[in-house]
Design a binder for this molecule. Sequence first.
Ligand code: ADP
Ligand code: MG
Length: 689
Amino acid sequence: MSLSLTDLKGVGPKLAEKLSALGLQNIQQLLFHLPLRYEDRSRVCPIGSIRAGERLAIVGEVEAADIRYGRRRSLLVQVADASGSLLLRFFYFNQAQQKAFRRGMRVHCFGEVRNGPAKAEMIHPEYRLYASDAPVQLEEVITPVYPGTEGVSQQLWRKLTDQALQMMRSGLLPVPELLPDSITQSHAGLSMQQTLQYLHRPPLDADLQQLAEGRHPAQRRLAFEELLTHQASLRQLRHWAQQVSAFACPQGGRQVKKLLQSLPFHLTAAQQRVSAEISHDLGRASPMLRLIQGDVGSGKTIVAALAALQVLEAGLQVALMAPTEMLAEQHQREFEARLQPLGIEIVYLTSRAKGREREKLLQRMAAPQALIAIGTHALFQKDVVFARLGLAIIDEQHRFGVHQRLALSQRDDSEHSPHQLVMTATPIPRTLAMAAYADLDLSIIDELPPARKAVKTSVIAEQRRPDVISRVRAACAEGRQAYWVCTLIQESESLQCQAAQDTAELLSEALPELNVGLLHGRMKAAEKSAVMQQFHQADIDLLVATTVIEVGVDVSNASLMIIENAERLGLAQLHQLRGRVGRGSQQSFCVLMYGGRLSANGKARLKAMRESNDGFQIARLDLEIRGPGEILGTRQTGLLQMRVADLIRDAELLPPAQQAADQLLQEHAELLPSLIERWMGKRLDYARA
Ligand code: ADP
Ligand code: MG
């Protein structure tokens, strides 16, 4: 039985909707929305001993409260105890608030200390006011801090979870142990209820360090259950997917041989091995579910083209999906060059195709003839129906979710399920990959084409920009092309685009003999593709771009890459960017520019980039330098969104969780739906079972 969120006091339809957007559909799920971190507000610091940068609680007497009209109107409240005084500063406040700070009132507040112009300050602290003789109520538990969301304040999170915990303790809200004893590792002596109570409201003697690191036994038992659930759900999907039959496509066709002969190069041993694995899978009557991992530039595209051809030769259709239009277009270009001479029909579908034109494309896919459709998310749309889809290829997997892959496997008129091939350039360690893609078989292209010369990377301070500009001039004078990547503040796309625009202008002034092009995320798709086309044709010598070029762009004549503010990017992202050069046989160079002074950590990161060209090694280094938890962060989380578990931090829980998942499916498959409801909510579409 699950209780609706609106059964909580203070939750109306509007708030319920907000919570639902976070994947929280009922009160049980709310209980599994755990604090992000914890703060000890139970101890009050003497004001005289506080230092900037600390988050802490103080109690003091209000000495004065005034409005200042400086650059920004603000309310300043001076608070003192026997040891010293500090200022509370508010930029947003109302009259009632201002009036409440009467001289002589006592205030208990919590916030981060900063050095203000006059003395120590707290900006917008959380606070409570007391009459001068009233006792101050100090917290009796460690204060939880929940992952923030607009419109749901910390106080509100605490109020909601207080109620939910109360309902749980009184038995109104059942939170059962779902895993049988034979499967759980150790419970650390805690019931599920005790575990949740502890993590929402840790007692004052809790080990905060351990909690902060996510290594508390209560956290680990939840992490284990969550990992197990993800594993089991993915294995289940795989199992179902393989119950359906697929078209068996004969190996060793004439066209495949022709394509191989037409290539200006020989496949590497790794490409051959992976190709053979795929070809074998495609020859069987149950659907292939395979992931190709390979470093940037390892030549995944041709492997995909060979797979496509085997399926096309069997008279079936192929869909190739890329995460961006730019990448889709790139694939289109490459597939046209390689496959059109063999008489293969290629259809290109993105959201740009509208009306009659789109109609016509859809009609061709709905007709039972061999063709390959290349495109973006537009290929996922409901009205896109393939007559005989034999193979779906998805490039750069981390931008698509599991459920999108599922949606795709249902895009067919026939009783058959398509083979699936997923390609990713996100280098992650093997065990991790196996966990994240438990529903897929794994093939790794662990070798670069032989003619490749490793990109030479240098690290240069931003003050030496004139030298860098000279290098661009010299490279282009030799007929090469170059990228200049602008990375400003990552959070603001518009600022980033502005920076690229400004840089492009400055560079065209500094390099009047060159054609300078500009590419950024705010440009229209048609503009972007026109610019890319010009760069491909070498009509543009120097392409100034934001990180939109990160994925998949392939112009082999480009041999120089400049990356501004390189210290702000993650190693994996730098590696992806750098992978845009070093695609031809000439020596390529990458210049990492940094602004200001580098931190020790920043130095170590850029040094790592200078010393290695190996994506897997860089991923490992990134892990060591940035520490656990961040490596699969932001961009890559789409791959597996966990509430509690962290694939890196909890890596050693993975093998037992995998084992337990298999055991669960064999012995207690009936428990899986409840586990999925608890941990994944509606994020995975299980409706098709
Ligand atoms: P990625 O794995 O990053 O997607 P691509 O498939 O784009 O790499 O290949 C990068 C470049 O290497 C392309 O220009 C491609 O034509 C070329 N290439 C692929 N395989 C080989 C090979 N075996 N020998 C030489 N060049 C190759
Ligand atoms: Mg690629």
